[in-house]
Structures are given as structure tokens and as C-alpha cells.
Write a protein that binds this ligand. Structure first.
Ligand SMILES: C[S@@+](CC[C@H](N)C(=O)[O-])C[C@H]1O[C@@H](n2cnc3c(N)ncnc32)[C@H](O)[C@@H]1O
Length: 335
């Protein structure tokens, strides 16, 4: 057997702690139940303190599974959260990204034995919704970003790779005098998000555009629809690693954005860091999935010092660093 891809970890220990059969088999089923309950709005209701009652056979199937999994408890006819259920409800965005958003990509592995990489084949709406739920569960990080924007002269903030504009909508409430523009490559996600923003009466302050934000591939057409000189803050969450992997490194992508927006004075960069633990069980959950998804799709992950080196090379100072779940780091940078 010839291994052509990189092997990133070595360990001397003969046997590493293993994931269990139950993790694999029943864990996957639990994930599907959690996503279905989320699509029915149960977790939002339960976290808001409203009990859930089942009214159909299929709701009963899902409820029964979640009760037996220890995530819901049933008293009389009402379902409420257990302690473990509260934790899962808060983190359900990770479940959605893994079980629904990335599953079509992992499914390709079987047919890709001889391939160097597989193409990402995500469900973009589920990745978008999952990412917004991941952001929403750490309001203090959003408050720090919103506070930095609101504490400055009002300007125009652009979110590069904005997905369903969930972060923009949340930040627009925290920085009420700022205008926002979101850009994402997924036309369908942008179309749905544009309708949602309009329905919420936010269209005057928030515009969404579709197109690529890869700055190392020439000037995209959507820039012509934007007053680039007015942009004072550029944000990008959980995309820079991919753009940097395809486009010559972190500094190359950032310097392209700095050329597009000459009056930029703030950057907000969120990304998943590469963690180098030898076994899954030594990493925070989601971290192995994140790393294996990227290894399979040929996207490089970057260590934290590679981000900070690129930031300082380009004259940016990290004014705030917020870590979330160890591996997800948001930096606010000024110059
Ligand atoms: C992992 S999601 C992160 C979403 C969002 N930034 C967040 O963290 O909540 C990555 C997003 O980048 C978008 N994307 C991928 N490649 C892109 C590109 N070249 N230009 C613009 N958006 C891109 C995807 O469609 C997806 O919405």
C-alpha cells in the first residue's frame, strides 16, 4: 500500500483510547433525531422554557428516542430538557453541520479509495444554519465584536463568506448605526437570506451579494456593486483557512482584501485551529471531524501562530482574542 497523502500524527503508544461501537451506531441515530427535533423548533422552544407535546406518530418516535437517549424527560404529556439535553440543544449547530451539512462529503469516501482528495459536497443550507447556531450560543463573543464596531465611527462592515447572514443579523442589533454587507458563493443561500432579511425589516442596513471572496483569483464582479472605500471593518468566519489553502496562504488572501478595501481599519477573523492530539478522545469533540473533513477535501488547516504571523506581517495588531471550544478562535484586529 502506498500512502500519498500526509500523515500528520505519530504516536508511540501501542493502543490509543478508541471510539466505541455505541458512539458510531447509536450516536449517528441520536444525531438524526436531534436535527429532526431542531427542524421542528423543539430545541428553541425548550431552551426558551416551553415544554413540548407530541401530536403525531413521528414526533412520538423522535421524542421516545430522545427520552431514551437521556436528552429529554417526560412528565405527564410534557417533554422537558434534561441537563444533557440542554447541553446538546445549545450545541446543536455542530450536530447539524456534521450529520446533515458534511455527510454527503464523507459519503464519497467509499468510492474515492484511489483519489488524492474528494470534492466538498456539502448541503450549504445546513452548513449555514449550523454555523449560525454555533455563533449564537456564544453571545459574549458576538457582543465583543458588536461592541468593537459600535465603539467606532459608524461605517460599513463586510462579512466575507456570510452564509445565511445570521451573524450579520445578530451584530446589526449590537451596532445599530453600522451598515452591513454580506457576500457568499452560494446563490441559493444568499437568495433565502435576502428574503429573510427583508421579512425582518432589516434591508435598509443589510445588503447581501453572491460571489466569491477569494482575493487571489482576480477582482470579482460583486465588488462593482459595493462602495469599497466605505468599508471600515472586514469579517470572515470559518472560511479563511480554505481560501488560504487554495490561494497561497493567509497573508496572500488578507492582503487581497486590504487592496479591495483601502480604508479598512478593523479585521475580525474566526477560524478553527489545527490541534495536534494523537487520538480523537484526546481532542475536543468535533475537532476530529473538522480535521478529517478537511484532510479528505484537501484543505489545509493552520496553526494559531501561522495566523498571528500573517497578521503582524501585514501590520495588524490583535486587540481581542476569544477562544471557543478550544479550537475555534475569533480575533479582533486593528491597525
Ligand atoms: C463554514 S461556512 C461559515 C459560515 C459563516 N461565515 C459562519 O461562520 O457563520 C463557510 C461559508 O463560506 C462560503 N464560501 C465558501 N467558499 C467561498 C468563496 N470562495 N467565496 C465566498 N464564500 C465562500 C460557504 O458557502 C459557506 O457559507
Amino acid at each position: 500500500m502506498t500512502i500519498t497523502g500526509p500523515i500528520t500524527r505519530h504516536t508511540d503508544s501501542a493502543e490509543l483510547p478508541a471510539v466505541s461501537l455505541r458512539d458510531m451506531i447509536d450516536g449517528q441515530t441520536a444525531g438524526h433525531l436531534v436535527v429532526a427535533a431542531d427542524d421542528w423548533g423543539w430545541w428553541t422552544d425548550l431552551l426558551d422554557g416551553h415544554a413540548v407535546r407530541t401530536t403525531t406518530c413521528m414526533e412520538e418516535v423522535v421524542a421516545d428516542g430522545l427520552v431514551r437517549a437521556g436528552l429529554l424527560s417526560r412528565r405527564t404529556q410534557e417533554l422537558t430538557l434534561t441537563g444533557a439535553g440542554r447541553d446538546v440543544a445549545a450545541h446543536r449547530g455542530f450536530v447539524r453541520v456534521t450529520v446533515r451539512g458534511w455527510e454527503p462529503t464523507f459519503r464519497q469516501l467509499s468510492a474515492a479509495r484511489a483519489d488524492h482528495h474528494i470534492p466538498a459536497a456539502t448541503e450549504p443550507e445546513n452548513v449555514a444554519r449550523g454555523c449560525t447556531d454555533i455563533a449564537r450560543r456564544r453571545p459574549e463573543i458576538l457582543a465583543a465584536v458588536g461592541g468593537a464596531i459600535a465603539g467606532d465611527t459608524p461605517g460599513l462592515t463586510v462579512d466575507l463568506g456570510c452564509a445565511d447572514a445570521g451573524r450579520i443579523a445578530l451584530l446589526s442589533a449590537l451596532a445599530p448605526d453600522e451598515r452591513f454587507v454580506g457576500v457568499d458563493i452560494e446563490d441559493g443561500v444568499i437568495a433565502d437570506a435576502t428574503a429573510d432579511i427583508a421579512a425582518r425589516g432589516l434591508s435598509e442596513r443589510i445588503s447581501l451579494l453572491s460571489g466569491s471572496v477569494q482575493s487571489t483569483e482576480g477582482r470579482p464582479a460583486w465588488l462593482d456593486d459595493l462602495d469599497c472605500d466605505a468599508v471600515t471593518t472586514a469579517m470572515s468566519f470559518f472560511l479563511l483557512h480554505q481560501l488560504a489553502s487554495d490561494g497561497g496562504g493567509i497573508a496572500a488572501v488578507l492582503s487581497g482584501w486590504m487592496e479591495w478595501f483601502p480604508n479598512l481599519r478593523r479585521l475580525v477573523i474566526g477560524n478553527g485551529m489545527e490541534l495536534m492530539a494523537p487520538s480523537w478522545t484526546q481532542q475536543p469533540w468535533f475537532s476530529p471531524t473538522y480535521e478529517i473533513y478537511h484532510a479528505a477535501t484537501g484543505v489545509r488547516l493552520w496553526r494559531e501562530h501561522e495566523y498571528t504571523d500573517a497578521f503582524s506581517e501585514l501590520g495588524w495588531t490583535v486587540t481581542q482574542r476569544h477562544s471557543d471550544h478550544t479550537m475555534l478562535v475569533t480575533s479582533i484586529l486593528e491597525r
